[in-house]
Write a protein that binds this ligand. Structure first.
Ligand code: HEC
Ligand code: HEC
Length: 321
């Protein structure tokens, strides 16, 4: 009896330690890291011409995956003419911004949407990456490391031109946020979570963001978005936190706007990727992101638990951009 009680106290203690350690770890679902490649990457053997709905463009998988070729531009009518730095980049390692962030600036879960962000904000973030003040909490995650690398070789003029292009566009609805007890079982490929089967598992304190249509996402079709599963009740809890600061800090809306659509040079949060929002909050809290403007976020992120971040991101992403 005594022994059982002692054991249960011990296991409760072990659980608490595990939980607090987990609390300090970057959540793996927000920072998807590709598993080590079983064999060296070879160009795709699939040489079939590919198409996406509503487009006359025809491309092969090899062409789509070739970063040096620039952006696969399926729908040229969906965006203003792309400046060279966005469409093609520059030889020597300045990868085309539109390749990762898409021609429309809507972005993907492993990077960030840029459409509609203020020019000064975009310029400042690239400067922070360049100056070593912004990186990822998870060094093994490839895309942020690529972003850091290209920030160091792109010049001020290129960054300003790209910033002006992305700022001129509007963020449009791109991510469907769904509260759910269970989620598809996922694995990481291409630095994002994907579901291979109909198998499901409990959501826990996670956000699972996956392509609506994996084949179209692989073709980088900027008309095929994402679905983000979030825990039941998280949107409402997130709303309360954002509007009041949850009794722990100032309300987020003071700076990000009542509708989270941004205020002056402060970035919008509405309708943006929830995985990206959680990464940003975690990086800001843990100092991986410590740029010129980050001190303004210091008091807001200090008290946030992973659960708060999940709730906040669920709410922000579910708002109309
Ligand atoms: C190889 C893919 C890739 C390319 C190419 C790329 N980016 Fe990024 N970018 C990223 C990733 C990944 C992140 C998000 C990093 C993170 O999780 O914090 C990012 C983040 C950003 C952010 C921060 C957004 C925010 O809301 O704070 C800006 C601004 C940005 N990129 C601008 C650019 C510009 C301008 C170019 C072209 C000169 C460019 N990027 C090219 C991958 C890329
Ligand atoms: C005092 C003003 C202020 C308050 C209050 C504030 N923010 Fe921010 N927020 C900023 C600024 C400024 C930035 C840009 C930080 C940087 O450049 O590193 C930012 C950045 C962010 C980002 C990253 C956006 C991106 O595009 O990368 C997120 C997410 C965010 N804030 C969420 C919140 C949440 C959630 C709260 C409330 C708990 C909050 N903020 C409260 C000013 C504020």
């Amino acid at each position: 009896m005594r022994r059982a009680a002692a054991l249960s106290v011990l296991s409760a203690f072990a659980f608490a330690v595990a939980a607090s350690a987990a609390e300090d770890e970057p959540p793996p679902w927000a920072y998807p890291v590709n598993p080590p490649a079983a064999k060296p990457a070879t160009p795709p053997s699939d040489t079939m011409p590919k198409r996406v709905p509503g487009s006359d463009v025809v491309l092969t998988l090899a062409e789509i995956r070739d970063l040096s070729r620039g952006v696969p531009d399926w729908h040229p009518g969906d965006h203003p003419p792309m400046p060279d730095v966005v469409a093609k980049g520059r030889a020597g390692g300045v990868l085309a911004c539109g390749y990762c962030h898409l021609a429309t600036g809507l972005g993907r879960p492993e990077n960030a949407s840029l459409a509609g962000l203020p020019v000064d904000y975009i310029v400042q973030q690239v400067r922070d990456f360049r100056d070593g003040k912004r990186k990822s909490s998870v060094a093994a995650m490839g895309p942020p490391a690529n972003m850091v690398a290209l920030s160091k070789i792109s010049n001020d003029e290129e960054v300003r031109v790209a910033a002006t292009y992305f700022a001129s566009m509007k963020l449009t609805p791109w991510i469907r946020v769904v509260e759910s007890d269970t989620v598809p079982k996922t694995r990481v490929t291409g630095s994002m979570l994907v579901a291979d089967s109909d198998e499901r598992e409990p959501i826990g304190t996670r956000i699972i963001e996956v392509p609506e249509d994996r084949a179209r996402t692989e073709l980088r079709d900027p008309r095929s978005g994402f679905v983000a599963y979030v825990p039941p009740g998280s949107i409402k809890k997130g709303e309360a936190y954002v509007k009041t600061g949850g009794g722990k800090s100032a309300a987020c809306t003071i700076c990000h706007g009542a509708d989270l659509k941004g205020l002056g040079p402060i970035p919008a949060l509405a309708g943006r990727s929830p995985s990206y929002i959680v990464r940003s909050l975690y990086d800001l809290k843990h100092g991986a992101r410590a740029g010129a403007w980050s001190p303004l976020m210091k008091d807001a992120v200090a008290p946030l638990t992973i659960e708060d971040m999940v709730n906040i991101a669920a709410y922000a992403s579910s708002r109309a951009p």
